[in-house]
Design a binder for this molecule. Structure first.
Ligand SMILES: NC(=O)c1ccc[n+]([C@@H]2O[C@H](COP(=O)([O-])OP(=O)(O)OC[C@H]3O[C@@H](n4cnc5c(N)ncnc54)[C@H](O)[C@@H]3O)[C@@H](O)[C@H]2O)c1
Length: 384
């Protein structure tokens, strides 16, 4: 695509929640505009029209969007279990696609999207906004510079402090919708391990459990109606996202430990817990010359090299203060939206590639299979 004068015209499937990225794309007079939205909820579509403008086309049937010639690109911001259908159909209809992570909830679903993408000749980008965060860009630059030598091991601790609030009150908490939170939440982190080390995981093993959420409450119990609402620390009012976190149907793990072996023998660990009080991600990369780690809620990166450690006992010999950029997710949301539009205009490859999206799902699926079958080693499905 090479559009120099006309803005890229974008249609959004799933207009609330992550559909809020529309605000970064809707820039009349600039490079992109949002011209349409599809959602199964009519009230959400009314709100979307109020935000974007009366002229925006809205529909409860996403296929009406795909039929329109005045739409160049589709943003798939619907729930995970819809991505395969929405992204594949949009590519088959000849639209460029921005698909939120995870690319799909099965490897087969991802491969169906990749097939449609290759056949279409259109652009496909995955919503890996962590690739646009200053903290992880800094870490990648340091690794790529060779300062810590050849990477041999990676340790990631993921403290999901808002686990109940974000993942256990709604559709996220069911295997049929997400496969597991190793795809839903960890797809970003698995991608960071791949991206920063420069290698994909080949085999994995995992343990995990549902040790805090889930229980015997009715599936239709919503917080505002609950007799225990005044004493429940998980109480939440958010229409559509206020089902009891202790309901029977909850069946995804709330804490997991994954070990991985990457293509060139790098060993990595990823640990995730949804009932820890704090929210942050701690990454350590250790190479033949030193190690690097993010600290203080990701506002600092330290580098220790082996010669310095030997002489000065654990003193970091470099420390980088990293400020997030302006905007959602540490400034990554406006950047990824801009990059999607720039990619369509220039025709270049995306930073968040479809293959990276697929490989992160493949690792999440393999780890889920392992933890649900006693922790056996599972090979990651290679690209077809
Ligand atoms: N990259 C990130 O940082 C990030 C952050 C949050 C969410 N996400 C991803 O964005 C996606 C959406 O998450 P969310 O939290 O916004 O979910 P949500 O449930 O809050 O919103 C989903 C929207 O999709 C609509 N929808 C549901 N089924 C639909 C269908 N069949 N057709 C059309 N619309 C439909 C819903 O009505 C709602 O408006 C998920 O895949 C999630 O993983 C990514």
């Amino acid at each position: 695509m090479s559009r120099t004068s006309q803005p890229v015209r974008i249609g959004v499937i799933g207009v609330t929640g992550r559909g809020g990225l529309s605000r970064h794309w809707h820039k009349p007079g600039d490079k992109s505009v949002v011209v349409a939205g599809a959602d199964i909820n009519e009230e959400y579509l009314r709100e979307f029209k109020q935000k974007i403008g009366e002229s925006v086309f809205v529909t409860t049937d996403y296929r009406r969007l795909l039929e329109r010639d005045d739409i160049d690109a589709i943003a798939v911001t619907s729930p995970d279990y819809c991505h395969e259908e929405h992204a594949a159909a949009a590519l088959e209809a000849g639209k460029h696609v921005f698909c939120e992570k995870p690319l799909a909830i099965t490897v087969e679903g991802c491969d169906r999207i990749l097939k449609a993408w290759k056949k279409s000749g259109k652009h496909l980008m995955v919503g890996f906004n962590m690739r646009y965060m200053n903290i992880f860009r800094t870490m990648k630059e340091i690794v790529d510079s060779g300062t810590i030598g050849e990477i041999k091991t990676v340790w990631v601790r993921h403290f999901v402090g808002h686990g109940g609030e974000w993942y256990f009150h709604d559709w996220h908490a069911n295997r049929k919708n997400t496969t597991s939170l190793l795809l839903q939440k960890a797809s970003h982190d698995i991608d960071m391990i791949h991206w920063i080390s420069g290698h994909y995981a080949k085999r994995v093993a995992a343990f995990g459990g549902l040790d805090f959420y889930g229980g015997d409450k009715p599936n239709n119990l919503e917080c505002p109606e609950c007799p225990e609402r005044d004493n429940c620390p998980e109480f939440q009012i958010w229409p559509g996202h206020q089902y009891c976190v202790f309901r029977k149907e909850v069946d995804v793990e709330d804490n997991t430990v994954v070990i991985m072996e990457l293509e060139n023998g790098i060993k990595a660990t990823y640990t995730q817990c949804h009932f820890t009080p704090d929210y942050w991600r701690n990454y350590t990369f250790i190479g033949t010359e030193g190690r690097l780690e993010n600290l203080d809620d990701s506002s600092k990166v330290i580098v220790l090299t082996r010669d310095r450690v030997r002489k000065y006992k654990n003193l970091a010999n470099r420390s980088y203060d990293v400020k997030p950029a302006e905007g959602g997710h540490g400034g990554a949301d406006p950047l990824i939206c801009q990059d999607f539009v720039d990619m369509l205009i220039s025709g270049r490859e995306p930073l968040a590639t479809p293959v990276a999206g697929r490989m992160s799902v493949a690792v999440g699926c393999a780890a889920t299979e392992s933890l649900r079958s006693g922790g056996k080693v599972v090979e990651v499905a290679p690209l077809p």
